[in-house]
Design a protein around this ligand. Sequence first.
Ligand SMILES: CC(C)(COP(=O)(O)OP(=O)(O)OC[C@H]1O[C@@H](n2cnc3c(N)ncnc32)[C@H](O)[C@@H]1OP(=O)(O)O)[C@@H](O)C(=O)NCCC(=O)NCCS
Length: 232
Amino acid sequence: MAGGLPSGVVDQPFDAQFLKGPVWRLIDPQAAAAAVTAAKVFGVQLIVARLDPVQDLSPFGFRRVETLVTYEGALDPQTAELEGVRRGEPSDAGACADIAVQVFTHDRWHADPQIPNAAADAFKRAWVENDVRGRADTVLIAEGAGGGVDGFVLALERERTAIVDLIAVSPRAQGRGVGRRLLRALAAECGQRRRFGRAGTQETNLAAARLYESAGWRVADRQIGWHWTPEG
Ligand SMILES: CC(C)(COP(=O)(O)OP(=O)(O)OC[C@H]1O[C@@H](n2cnc3c(N)ncnc32)[C@H](O)[C@@H]1OP(=O)(O)O)[C@@H](O)C(=O)NCCC(=O)NCCS
């Protein structure tokens, strides 16, 4: 056990803040049985794994909680700057987090009945706030009437790719092209330095799938998300 953890898992201290004990990520499916045995000793509250569809963790007490679909597409460097979208400021964190807790319902924390909704909301809120306050490389805000926030896209820039970490539009502004506008703004902002856009979403999230398809992005990968929790 390197660093007190069994091999094949890594600690997830950020996630653990929202549950009543450690959270681990299983990176080696061969280590699943040993990880579960150790998790019971360590009081682990959640083990998460994202694996190719051929892998089956159900014999070890894991539950399938999502199918994560990854979309990829080119970012057009010629995209013009767009009206109504501006760069975010740390002071936007609260407004973005307020939207997040209203609209994120498909993610694996909310989809898992063993995770309390309050914990899933707190997790998403903190994730958005961290991103807006500096973790994300790109923060873009769709401005609503009166200067409010209608939506946001938060992206991590890695090598040739801008990865959509989170994108959301407030309930009152959904279905009016704000999401599409945010993705075009992402191309305008990052297209000169990153060639591709990438985003992961749950297969059940039809609106997100349509949004990425509409930007010309296509499915590049599919993974199954698994959770092990002490209550099973
Ligand atoms: C996904 C989301 C950002 C889309 O934003 P939006 O402003 O509502 O989307 P748009 O109005 O720009 O529409 C984009 C495309 O999605 C389609 N769409 C939008 N809402 C839809 C819905 N509820 N069901 C099916 N399709 C939908 C639109 O018809 C459009 O497709 P088209 O270009 O082929 O006509 C928004 O629904 C949202 O905030 N969802 C909750 C958060 C989320 O799941 N984020 C993605 C995962 S990180």
